[in-house]
Ligand binder design. Structure first.
Ligand code: PMP
Length: 337
C-alpha cells in the first residue's frame, strides 16, 4: 500500500503481515521444459508470507467466519491441516488475536510442525494409516476437539466454500492479468480442491476454452472418480507425495470444472522437486515437483501458441529432511547409492 506523507513523498508499507499475501510472481521455466513447444510459466506461491498459496484461503476463511459470527472475538480456531493451512491460520490468529489448534498426521515433515509451533500454534499429531472415519484419524480428532472446546470454530478447509472463493477472487484474476488473458492451460496439484476450483471458475468465465488439468497421486481417488464416477476404495493406499491426492471427496473439488487428472509417481514428484531447484533456481515443495512432472507428461497436448501456467504451491524449506536430503532419497529408493 502507498501512503501519502507530504506533497512529494509516498511511503510504501503494509499495516500488518496479512496485507502482504498475494500478488506472487510468475516466472518462465526454461530448462526443465525445453522439450515443450509452449510457453510454460510458474506461479510461485512461496512468495506469500507463510511460504505457500494457502495463506490466501486461510485468511479468507477467517474473514468470512468473522463476518457471519462463526468466529467470535477471543475464539479458538481448530483445523485438521497438513501444515500450510495451519501456517496461514497462524498468521491470521497472531494479527487478529485468536488461539489456534492444528491437528495433523504423522506423514508430514517434522519441519512443518516445528514451524507451526514457532508461530504459536498448538499441534496435535495423529496416525496416517487409519480410515477417515476412525476416531484416531485427523479428520475425527479435529471434529471432536471442536465439539469439546468452548468458543471454538472448526475451519474444515475441505468443505468450506471460502477456500475456493479466495482463489476465484485473487489467484485466478492474478493469473489472467499476468498472462494478459493468453493462458491456454492451467496445471495444478489437487488436495482440498480450493486452488483448482477457484482458479478454474474464474478462468473459464473469462475464456471457456482454457483447459484445467489437476495433478493427482497414485494412492488417491480423484482421477478414477473423475473418469468413471466411481469412488474406488481399492485406489487408496499410503503414499509419500505431500499435499495432493485424497482418500475422500472434498466439496471444494469441483469435478465439472476440471478437464483431466494426471497422476505422478512419488519418485518422479521427489526427483522433479529437486530438478526445479537445481535447473531453474526455484526452491519449491514436493507437490510442485509433481505438478511440473505432470506438465511434462502432458506435453503432447501443447502447441507453440499455448501459454501453460503451473502453480507451485509452496517452498522447499519444509522438505530439507526429505526430498532435498540424499540419504532420505536413497532410503526410499528414489536415488541410486
Ligand atoms: N500442495 C501443498 C503443499 C498443499 O499443502 C496443498 C493443500 N493440501 C496442495 C498442494 C493442494 O492445494 P488445494 O488444497 O488447494 O487443492
Amino acid at each position: 500500500m502507498w501512503y501519502l506523507c507530504n506533497e512529494t513523498h509516498l511511503m510504501n508499507y503494509s499495516n500488518n503481515i496479512l496485507e502482504t499475501i498475494g500478488n506472487t510472481p510468475m516466472v518462465k521455466l526454461n530448462t526443465i521444459t525445453q522439450d515443450i513447444p509452449a510457453l510454460v510459466l510458474a506461479k510461485i506461491e512461496s512468495f506469500n508470507p507463510g511460504n505457500s498459496v494457502k495463506d490466501r484461503m486461510a485468511l479468507k476463511m477467517v474473514e468470512d467466519a468473522e463476518a457471519d459470527g462463526r468466529l467470535k472475538p477471543g475464539g479458538v480456531i481448530i483445523e485438521g491441516t497438513s501444515g500450510y493451512t495451519g501456517m496461514g491460520l497462524a498468521l491470521a490468529s497472531i494479527v487478529k488475536g485468536y488461539r489456534l489448534i492444528c491437528v495433523s498426521n504423522d506423514k508430514q515433515s517434522k519441519e512443518k510442525f516445528d514451524v507451526l509451533r514457532a508461530m504459536g500454534a498448538e499441534v496435535v499429531v495423529c496416525p496416517t494409516a487409519v480410515a477417515p472415519e476412525d476416531p484416531r484419524s485427523y479428520y475425527s480428532v479435529s471434529k471432536r476437539l471442536s465439539e469439546e472446546t468452548p468458543n471454538s470454530w472448526y475451519v474444515n478447509q475441505y468443505d468450506n466454500p471460502s477456500n475456493t472463493v479466495a482463489h476465484y477472487e485473487q489467484t485466478g484474476p492474478e493469473i489472467w492479468k499476468q498472462t494478459d488473458g493468453k493462458i491456454s492451460h492451467f496445471v495444478v496439484g489437487v488436495g482440498t480442491g480450493g486452488t483448482i476450483s477457484g482458479v478454474a471458475r474464474y478462468l473459464k468465465e473469462k475464456n471457456p476454452k482454457v483447459k484445467i488439468w489437476g495433478i493427482d497421486t497414485y494412492g488417491s481417488v480423484f482421477k478414477k472418480y473423475h473418469e468413471t464416477g466411481i469412488f474406488d476404495e481399492n485406489e487408496i493406499y499410503p503414499y509419500i507425495t505431500e499435499g495432493i491426492g485424497e482418500d475422500i471427496l472434498p466439496e471444494n473439488v469441483n469435478f465439472k470444472l476440471i478437464d483431466q487428472f494426471e497422476k505422478v509417481t512419488d519418485k518422479d514428484a521427489a526427483l522433479y522437486t529437486r530438478k526445479l531447484a537445481r535447473e531453474e533456481g526455484i526452491f519449491a515443495g514436493n507437490s510442485c515437483g509433481a505438478a511440473v512432472k505432470g506438465v511434462l507428461q502432458l506435453k503432447d497436448n501443447f502447441t507453440a501458441d499455448d501459454v501453460v501456467v503451473v502453480l507451485l504451491h509452496d517452498s522447499g524449506s519444509r522438505y530439507i529432511g526429505k526430498m532435498y536430503n540424499d540419504d532420505w532419497m536413497i532410503e526410499k529408493g528414489f536415488l541410486d547409492n
